[in-house]
Design a protein around this ligand. Sequence first.
Ligand SMILES: [Fe+2]
Length: 248
Amino acid sequence: MTRYLILSDVHANLTALETAIEAAKGRWDEGICLGDVVGYGPDPNEAIERVRSLGLATIRGNHDKASSGMEGADEFNPIARAAVDWTQRQLEPENLRWLRELPRGPLTRDGLTFVHGAVADEDEYVFTPEGAAESLRIAPSPLVFFGHTHVQGGFLLRGERVDGFRPSVSEAAGVVTMELDGDARYLINPGSIGQPRDGDPRAAFVLFDSGKRAIEFWRVPYDIEAVQQRMDEAGLPEPLILRIAFGR
Ligand SMILES: [Fe+2]
C-alpha cells in the first residue's frame, strides 16, 4: 500500500508548487510528476530544483523537450514559443541537462501507468471520450494518470462506454474523493499545478492511496499576484500573465 502524490504541468510556477506541496504534506510516500515542469512561468530553475529535491519521479512533457532544445518549438503558438525562448535563456546547465535526460512516458510502477499526453503518443491531447477511448483500451493497467490538457478530471471505460468526469472541488473543502469502480478502466488527470485551464485558477493535484482505491482531487489557492509580478518583471507575454488569474 502506497500513498501517491501525483501532479503535472508545474510550468515554472514555484509559488503554486510550494503551496500544493505544503497542502499535501505528510499525506504521501511517493511522488510522480507527469511532465511540463517548465514553460510559461517565471521560475524554471527553481521549479526543477524543487521537483528534484522532492524526489518526484518525473516524465517529460512537450515544454520540457522544447525548452531544453530536444525538439523545435514549431508546433507552439507564438506566445508559447516566446516563453520557450525565454525559458531556454534562463536554464542553468545542470537543469538543462536534467530536462534533456527526463524519460519519455509511459512510466509504469505498482500496477499504475503514468503518461504526459495519451498512452500511445506523449504529445497528444486527451480532451474527449472519443480521444480517451484508445488510451483506455491499450493501457497496460486499468488505472492511468495523464496530464498535458491542464484540466482536472478524466475518463472511464465501463463495458464499451467511455464517459468523462470533472470533480467539483468547493472553495471550503479543497478536496473531492472519488471511489474507483473495480470493473472500470480509468484515465485520471490531476490537473495543472502552475497553469490550470479548467476555469479554476487554484493549483490542482491528486492523492491516490493504492490500498483504498480512491482518488482525492485537490485544489489549493496560491498567491497568483506574486507570480504575475515575477512574470511581468521577466518580460513574459501578457496573455500568459493574465490567464493564470482566470484558470483559462
Ligand atoms: Fe502543459
